[in-house]
Design a protein around this ligand. Structure first.
Ligand SMILES: *[C@@H]1O[C@H](CO)[C@@H](O)[C@H](O)[C@H]1NC(C)=O
Ligand SMILES: *[C@@H]1O[C@H](CO)[C@@H](O)[C@H](O)[C@H]1NC(C)=O
Ligand SMILES: *[C@@H]1O[C@H](CO)[C@@H](O)[C@H](O)[C@H]1NC(C)=O
Ligand SMILES: *[C@@H]1O[C@H](CO)[C@@H](O)[C@H](O)[C@H]1NC(C)=O
Ligand SMILES: *[C@@H]1O[C@H](CO)[C@@H](O)[C@H](O)[C@H]1NC(C)=O
Ligand SMILES: *[C@@H]1O[C@H](CO)[C@@H](O)[C@H](O)[C@H]1NC(C)=O
Length: 416
């Protein structure tokens, strides 16, 4: 992280430390502890051993964007990466690990919520990793709000049966990626959806005789209160320490079977979290770029200058290589093809398909035009403002369905 000044670096460390210190304590036993200690230490030393890379600031052939949920990574995906990489260079089904098979393609860009264990499926020495981190308290608030927001869209349906049936039909028809297919939303959204319908049914049977709360984060007649949500085993497994586990490759979605034992060990014996922290910090240190959600402007500028600039020169280089190859065979080719119709990102505001997280208003993919860092920044500014407008609109429309609950900055402050 040479690119990050020391203040930023310090903030990153604090974020990670904050996370690890909240690891929950299980029911520790002495034998269990020494077994776990051995397991975690073994994992940590093998993880640290393979991570030695020189020249970590140079972009390699493959760019892996480790997208920690609710850090703002989606704007980087739509407003930077989609403007640089054409659809053909994007690994197929980036967000869908079940169908991901990197060996089949020559893709250059992988953007996913999958954790660092994804590296075992990629050519490690040819892969650069980038990520964005966020203050854990805000990340948790945002995760709660987004779970509810997406689930609330289903309240257009008269009941849960009809909501789930409709979703299944739509999904098989459109073949698109929906938020419901990708970790962690595939657990969090159905959980909240079921809960919202149950609370609505309960309200109906109570009539007007329920106690109304004025705190949106604790309005149990309408939506699962934040404190209930965050203390649920599902949240403990998926959200607590979420960013640290993702960077360490230890999420509940990990590709490696030993990851699950390591995770359970550090969940039960919090002191072992130190080993995880060491691995996570080392990984961040070896990344090409680490952004911070809070320092949005600075992070975006840095991304354009560090990652963007290198992607541009890399693609120009391979483009001319391909072109001269093609010319020798008297064929037409370009590394900057016009975008294919991008059906996966297609959204329809009047159907449940809009549950897709991949909202985008203008997916102007990479084009034949020569890109520069300056143009990239300009395109980014335009893109992000329209993306934010769309997101705000969708959020308002969705939260209307759980009114009077409304997640605003003011409510966050008075509620907590
Ligand atoms: C759910 O709603 C559908 C559509 O209105 C209706 O046909 C069905 O009977 C309802 N199911 C239950 C369990 O109420
Ligand atoms: C909720 O109501 C209580 C009194 O009933 C009041 O003190 C508090 O400020 C209100 N909170 C919000 C968020 O409106
Ligand atoms: C991940 O968490 C979800 C929700 O708690 C759970 O349903 C799923 O089985 C977990 N997966 C693993 C591998 O632990
Ligand atoms: C294309 O052909 C020229 C001369 O025929 C040769 O010098 C050049 O190396 C070839 N380029 C590639 C990429 O094969
Ligand atoms: C979106 O939904 C509307 C209304 O249901 C429909 O007329 C339109 O064809 C849909 N568009 C797409 C792209 O699916
Ligand atoms: C929720 O709050 C936002 C921002 O203050 C506002 O624009 C929106 O209309 C509110 N929604 C409801 C349903 O009150």
């Amino acid at each position: 992280m040479r690119w990050m000044d020391s203040a930023l670096k310090f903030t990153v460390l604090l974020m990670l430390l904050g996370l690890v210190s909240t690891v929950t304590s299980g029911s520790p036993t002495k034998d269990g502890f020494s077994h776990c200690e051995r397991t975690v230490k073994k994992w940590a030393s093998s993880s640290l051993a393979v991570d030695i890379k020189e020249d970590k600031h140079t972009l390699r052939d493959m760019l892996f964007f480790l997208h920690v949920p609710r850090t703002g990574g989606r704007t980087y995906f739509h407003c930077f990466l989609k403007k640089l990489y054409s659809s053909t260079l994007e690994c197929p089904r980036s967000y869908d690990k079940l169908r991901f098979d990197p060996s089949k393609t020559n893709c250059r860009l992988l953007v996913t919520h999958d954790d660092y264990s994804m590296m075992t499926k990629l050519p490690q020495e040819k892969t650069s990793v980038v990520t964005i981190l966020r203050n854990p308290v805000d990340r948790v608030f945002s995760t709660y709000e987004f779970s509810v927001e997406v689930a609330a869209r289903f309240l257009v349906h008269p009941n849960l049966t009809s909501a789930t049936r409709m979703t299944g039909r739509l999904r098989s028809k459109t073949n698109g990626i929906s938020t419901l297919d990708i970790w962690p939303w595939k657990y969090l959204v159905p959980w909240m959806r079921e809960d919202l319908f149950a609370r609505r049914e309960a309200r109906k049977s109570k009539g007007q005789n329920y106690v109304k709360s004025n705190d949106s984060y604790n309005m149990e007649d309408v939506v699962m209160p934040l404190h209930v949500y965050i203390n649920d085993p599902v949240a403990k497994d998926i959200i607590h320490n979420g960013a640290t586990f993702q960077v360490a490759g230890l999420t509940n979605n990990s590709y490696l079977s030993e990851s699950h034992e390591v995770r359970h060990c550090v969940q039960n014996y919090r002191t072992l979290g130190e080993y995880v922290l060491e691995v996570a910090k080392k990984r961040l240190d070896n990344m090409l770029y680490v952004g911070l959600t809070e320092d949005h402007k600075e992070s975006a500028t840095m991304f354009a200058n560090v990652v963007g600039a290198q992607v541009i020169s890399q693609l120009i280089e391979s483009s001319s290589r391909i072109e001269s190859l093609a010319n020798n065979k008297s064929e037409q080719s370009s590394f900057f093809p016009h975008s294919e119709p991008d059906n996966n990102h297609n959204l329809n505001s009047s159907t449940d398909q809009k549950a897709s997280e991949f909202a985008s208003t203008e997916d102007v993919d990479a084009t034949n035009e020569i890109m520069t860092v300056g143009k990239l920044m300009d395109a980014y500014e335009v893109c992000i403002s329209s993306l934010r407008k769309t997101q705000a609109h969708r959020r308002t429309a969705s939260l209307k369905r759980i009114s009077p609950a409304n997640f605003t900055k003011e409510a966050r402050q008075s509620g907590s």
